[in-house]
Design a binder for this molecule. Structure first.
Ligand SMILES: Nc1ncnc2c1ncn2[C@@H]1O[C@H](COP(=O)(O)OP(=O)(O)O)[C@@H](O)[C@H]1O
Ligand SMILES: [Mg+2]
Length: 488
């Protein structure tokens, strides 16, 4: 126990202390304060609630040491964000007990030492930098010079599928690159040529995700030195997949536009040429025919004129195809039984010598819905596809024709042949007008482009791919109106 004399000295000492000393109840009321505090707050703080008075808050502060003091009986030290709150450097709270019960708390502010203050600032800016790296939109990965991962942020996880824990514990930076990729990056980092020694700017490289997927990225990286020795590297990886997809789509659209333009121009040109040639061609045919009928020709001469007639016919066929190609969208559309059209096409063609030993297998869906189309034009498409297949088979092999319903109100017709298939370099060109791999006289290169245009005019799709077992497959998909009925 203190004597009165002692108490008096103690009170005087507390009042002359140039720091804030306050007694707070467990209910957050300010019970007493030393003179220094009273002066700082112009005396009017006794009986107030501490969090309202000091911090202008409606509720106790999140990390309030009053709670800690009352709960565990430990002195709570509180330094959090005090600068933000325009307060002193730190606060310590000491609980005062009578028995088990905490009666009140002594709240004393203190000043951080110069070094402490600096350390605090550093800690804070370190934490800020760390947060900055972790929340970066680009993947940030740092590794020491043995390849151990030091930093692996959320964006890195999103791109590469390794969790931060996995990366820090068991990943080697080299695992993230293709064979030799990490070495190549290091070589570039150390060279002067790619953004200065120790730096690498916008280098495009592929990373490998946990599941083996290759991810194209743009990498900005630098070497971290300590006393001019390399200690680590840090890289910022920007995922290029989205950009590349957009670029590809843009390029595709551009190609389609160019293609559409070219087709339209070619269509006009073809129509012009076809009309110009058609009349004289008719003349040649007619006069050759007359020559054959009206004159007594030698067998030799007859053969020659016959040849003229045959070639004229071939020219005329080409002209017909050209006109078909140039024809815009004028067609007569009525609901048609596609199976019937396929049967008829095959029946007509089977008579041709080309068929020889070609075995045709038909697999036609019995309840195929009717498809609104121009029967003549659609038969032309089927004819072209079957002819191409037969030509590819060179008289020997199998042709499968299949019809079925598929997807959203679509009829699918497939032509599969057991021929040599379409070479990779040919495949992108087959629907272009005048593209042919056949000898002059055998192919005009117009068949598929005409087919393409007809199917497109019907709102459908035509495509081709190679079968795994060899041979080519052409697929025509035509939309049908679910309620269409009737036939030709
Ligand atoms: N079933 C097929 N198998 C292999 N190649 C094909 C097949 N169908 C078409 N092709 C290729 O597509 C090209 C273009 O066909 P097409 O436009 O009909 O013109 P053409 O038959 O006059 O050559 C052909 O020259 C050929 O190279
Ligand atoms: Mg053809």
């Amino acid at each position: 126990m203190h004597t009165e004399e002692e108490k008096k000295h103690l009170l005087e000492a507390l009042d002359s202390l140039q720091r804030e000393l306050v007694v707070i109840s467990p209910e957050f009321y300010i019970l007493a304060a030393n003179e220094y505090t009273k002066q700082s707050y112009q005396g009017n703080l006794i009986g107030e609630i501490c969090y309202e008075k000091y911090y202008n808050r409606k509720h106790p502060c999140p990390a309030c040491p009053v709670n800690k003091g009352t709960d565990g009986g430990q002195a709570g030290k509180w330094q959090e964000n005090l600068e933000d709150l325009n307060f002193k450097d730190g606060v310590i709270c000491y609980p005062v007990f009578s028995g088990d019960k905490c009666d009140y708390l002594l709240r004393l502010d203190f000043e951080l030492s110069g070094a402490g203050r600096l350390e605090k600032k550093l800690q804070r800016s370190n934490a800020f930098l760390h947060n900055l790296l972790l929340s970066s939109v680009d993947a940030v990965i740092a590794a020491d010079k043995d390849g151990n991962i030091l930093i692996f942020n959320d964006a890195a996880y999103e791109i590469l599928d390794y969790t931060t824990e996995e990366a820090l514990n068991s990943l080697d930076i080299r695992d993230l690159y293709l064979e030799g990729g990490a070495r190549d990056v290091m070589k570039r980092l150390r060279s002067q040529e790619y953004g200065g020694s120790g730096k690498l700017k916008a280098y495009q490289v592929e990373l490998v995700s946990k599941h083996g997927e290759r991810i194209p990225v743009s990498l900005n990286a630098s070497i971290i030195y300590e006393d001019s020795a390399e200690v680590a590297t840090i890289g910022f990886f920007h995922d290029l997949r989205e950009t590349q997809k957009m670029e590809q789509e843009l390029e595709d659209t551009r190609m389609q536009l160019v293609q559409a333009d070219k087709m339209a121009a070619l269509g006009k040109l073809a129509a012009g040429v076809a009309h110009q040639i058609n009349n004289p061609l008719g003349g040649i045919g007619l006069f050759a025919q007359l020559l054959l009928e009206e004159h007594d020709l030698s067998e030799e001469a007859k053969k020659d004129v016959q040849r003229i007639l045959e070639d004229t016919q071939r020219c005329s066929d080409t002209v017909k195809e050209l006109l078909e190609f140039a024809k815009q969208s004028a067609y007569k559309s009525t609901p048609q039984d596609i199976n019937k059209a396929l049967d008829r096409t095959l029946f007509l063609l089977e008579k041709q010598a080309l068929f020889q030993n070609v075995e045709v297998e038909k697999d036609l869906e019995s309840d195929l819905p009717f498809v609104p189309c121009d029967l003549q034009q659609m038969s032309h498409v089927f004819m072209n596809l079957v002819l191409n297949a037969i030509q590819a088979l060179q008289g020997e092999g199998k042709l499968k024709v299949r019809s079925s319903t598929c997807g959203q109100e679509k009829v699918k017709i497939e032509f599969k042949d057991s021929g040599p298939g379409i070479p990779e370099y040919v495949l992108p060109n087959i629907f272009l007008p005048f593209y042919t791999t056949k000898d002059a006289g055998e192919g005009t290169g117009l068949g598929l482009s005409v087919a393409y245009r007809i199917v497109e005019n019907h709102g459908g799709k035509i495509s081709a791919y190679n079968l795994e077992e060899g041979g080519a497959c052409f697929v025509v998909e035509l939309p049908y109106d679910g309620n269409a009925q009737g036939g030709d």
